[in-house]
Design a protein around this ligand. Structure first.
Ligand code: UGA
Length: 430
């Protein structure tokens, strides 16, 4: 099939690379000449395991093409995916302006019949608006069907999630659109949910809300466990082993970050308010996420004593989760800024995110490895659970630190083992 993907962020580029790898001709549409030029040379602007290789393979075999020209991409394509960003605006609502601009542009270039499917996360009803906008803009002879095909990829495992997803959701209005999209997705081995457009839109928000709910639940149990003297990890293991509940997404830590869960839970508060449905549930998820961060900062403040000025903190991990260089809504940003306000010095290391972090946290000293970061620091704080940190030579770390104090924001270390080694250890909920 010949298809187009508008947008080359995580969702757009991964979708395009996977469909090209499956033998489709995929046009990726962008608006920034510099970025498109770099992509044509196989340079991926962010770190995602395996993606650059897949993009290069697509370029080499000619299935993957990058362009700035709508006419070049749209006219041969049977399906056009919209995969542009929907960041939160200042009120917490999803900013749909890019989606609508793109819809207009697509409409002006369609000839014959096309399917315009949205992969961007959009509130229920957005595709209907896309349809209205496109109806006004298109040529009389052109026809199209809208569809909602939300994406469930997770950063760090995006290629695998796209090729082997738990489910493929296809929301359509017509049988024709459904058949074409099913044919396109056939080689992907996830269970298909074929439904209407609004249901597909809702599935995406509901799924992210569920993930955020579980994380905030785990963090709330951690906050409570600290107060009553229970071990949250054992509590949550005891909960998660119930097959009806399951073990995943119940790890307490310094809260959820990234470009999706924080934005989507905020958007859900607005969506529920507008729909006249109880919004406090989603508000509480956000509140717990903030609270767990504050609690962690509070514990570090206490350890720094009454004169924190001039002390040095070593931070390991900056990205919002491992295997990505993405700093969007990373808990590290909030925690480092709060510590900075105390007048401490920050030394930091992350295997992939330092280039991006430098732009946000310019006053931080970035080091080349974990040991250099610890050297001469008063306290060690772990904020992302990169595998590299799990394998550290802890005795060496202890010698390098001024005081053997570890705040483990992702519970990667065994408290008993660290205490045996002579560390003063604090995790989350333990
Ligand atoms: C999330 C969803 O997991 C994807 O299914 C979805 O497609 C994507 O958003 C999206 O809407 O595009 P992602 O943002 O890549 O994917 O990251 P997650 O793996 O969900 O992690 C989000 C945050 O939650 C991270 O900061 C992570 O450290 C934190 N987390 C996760 C916890 O604190 N505890 C856990 O048990 C799990």
């Amino acid at each position: 099939m010949i298809i187009s993907v508008v947008g080359h962020g995580y969702v757009g580029l991964v979708t395009a690379a996977v469909f090209a790898d499956l033998g489709n001709t995929v046009w990726v549409l962008g608006r920034d000449p510099k970025k498109i030029e770099e992509l044509r040379r196989g340079k991926v602007p962010f770190y995602e395991p395996g993606l650059e290789e897949t993009v290069k393979r697509g370029l080499k075999n000619g299935y993957l093409k990058f362009t700035l020209s709508y006419s070049e991409a749209i006219s041969p394509s049977e399906v056009i995916f919209i995969a542009v960003g929907t960041p939160g605006d200042k009120n917490g609502e999803a900013d749909l302006s890019n989606v609508f601009i793109v819809a207009k542009k697509i409409a002006r270039h369609i000839t014959g019949y096309k399917i315009v499917a949205t992969k961007s996360t959009v509130p229920p009803g957005t595709n209907q608006k896309i349809e209205e906008i496109m109806e006004k803009e298109k040529e009389k002879t052109a026809s199209f069907d809208i569809a909602s095909t939300p994406e469930f990829l997770s950063q760090g495992t995006a290629l695998d999630n796209t090729l082997h997803p738990d489910r493929v959701v296809i929301g359509t209005k017509t049988q024709k659109a459904r058949e074409i999209l099913v044919r396109l997705h056939e080689p992907i081995d996830g269970e298909m949910i074929l439904t209407n457009v609004k249901t597909a839109e809702m599935i995406k928000y509901a799924a992210n809300a569920m993930l955020a709910t579980r994380i905030s639940f785990a963090n709330l149990i951690a906050l409570l466990s600290e107060q009553v003297g229970a071990d949250a990890l054992t509590v949550l293991k005891g909960v998660g082993l119930d097959k009806r509940i399951g073990k995943t997404f119940l790890s307490p830590g310094v809260g959820f970050g990234g470009s999706c869960l924080p934005k989507d839970t905020k958007a859900l508060v607005k969506i529920t308010q507008k729909a006249g449905v109880i919004s406090e549930f989603f508000e509480a998820i956000i509140k717990v996420n903030e609270e767990v961060r504050k609690n962690f900062i509070q514990k570090i403040k206490k350890a720094l004593g009454s004169k924190p000025q001039g002390k040095t903190i070593a931070i390991l991990g900056l990205s919002f989760k491992p295997d990505t260089d993405d700093m969007r809504e990373a808990p590290s940003i909030y925690i480092i800024k709060a510590l900075q306000n105390l007048g401490v010095k920050i030394r930091a290391y992350d295997p992939k995110a330092m280039e991006k972090a430098e732009k946000i946290l310019s006053w931080v000293t970035f080091l080349k490895d974990p040991y250099q970061t610890c050297s001469g620091s008063d306290i060690l704080v772990v904020l992302t659970e990169w595998n590299e940190f799990k394998e550290l030579d802890l005795l060496r770390v202890k010698e390098l630190l001024k005081k053997p104090v570890v705040f483990d924001g992702r519970n990667i270390y065994n408290p008993e083992k660290l205490r045996e080694l002579g560390f003063i250890y604090q995790g989350v909920g333990r």
